[in-house]
Write a protein that binds this ligand. Sequence first.
Ligand code: MEV
Length: 326
Amino acid sequence: MADGVIASAPGKLMLFGEHAVVYDYPCIVTAVDQRMMVEVKLRKDKRLVIRTNQPGMSRYERQVDELGQGIIPKQAKFSEMLVSNFYSKFKVENGLEIRTDCQFSSKFGFGSSAAVTAALAMGLYELFSIKASKPELFDLCYKTVLDVQGVGSGFDVASAIWGGTIYYIKGGKKIEAINCGDYPLVVGYTGIKADTPTLIKQVAKLKKRNSEKVSKIFTEIKKITEKARTALEERDDKELGGLMSLNQLLLDELGVSSNRLDELISASCKNGAWGAKLSGAGGGDCMIALAGEEKKKKVENGIRMKQGEVLKVKHCAEGVRLEKRK
Ligand code: MEV
């Protein structure tokens, strides 16, 4: 058994298929090169201690035999539930020290919860010298996400584990790498934090009220996602951009876009992007655009002119990995 382990997992950006993926339609997601770093160490006592660089919680502590019970601060929920699920699965009861250090702000919607869950899961398997395949890591992490937030397709967990750009169906029914290389993506942050569970519930309500309309929208999103997969494989960026804009129209019909997103998306298209859309749950967080090298600067400036923040991230990043073993 190691004394301490450091593992890391990437953030993500949804490229196509958000919301529809919650209802078993496919999506496409890419991992970004900003990572969540997680260090895990054994303690001599029976306490779980979590230290983070997140706003609002630098240190949190509790007894190992109370894991998962009572009120848990939101910054500690995913880590504590993951430890609790791992400890029940493998009948472990050691004290544990966890230190998380996120290279991206949790406000961007890059999936810090999924990334911390994936990196911590790998850290624990390594610490206790238990072998785990990617599907095994995924099952433990997805269970944890559902235990904490009740809803979600698990696409962010799959992206954190597999990395690259993947084609995904809920619950890990399909996780397929898309061989696409580097495509010219621009990322703009609206300045507003989206609340994913609320937006998922909002779409669920709309689906209940108007099931036929929403099913038609999801079917159209599925067709776009399938075409996008081919466009990515064939590196037809112009086609891919057009598909992004079509996906955005459908997300708008679902009622999950916002004025800020619309402003940044339209600024991108006016400045020469091939297409643009929101990325993730909507309501805020980030938008993405696809633009040729000669237009990229103009598109970025267009986003800044509308008070958007251009985020310099590389996509197709590596999935969860072991950084260090002590
Ligand atoms: C949120 O980033 C994407 C959604 O599709 C939710 C999910 O898939 O879990 C809205």
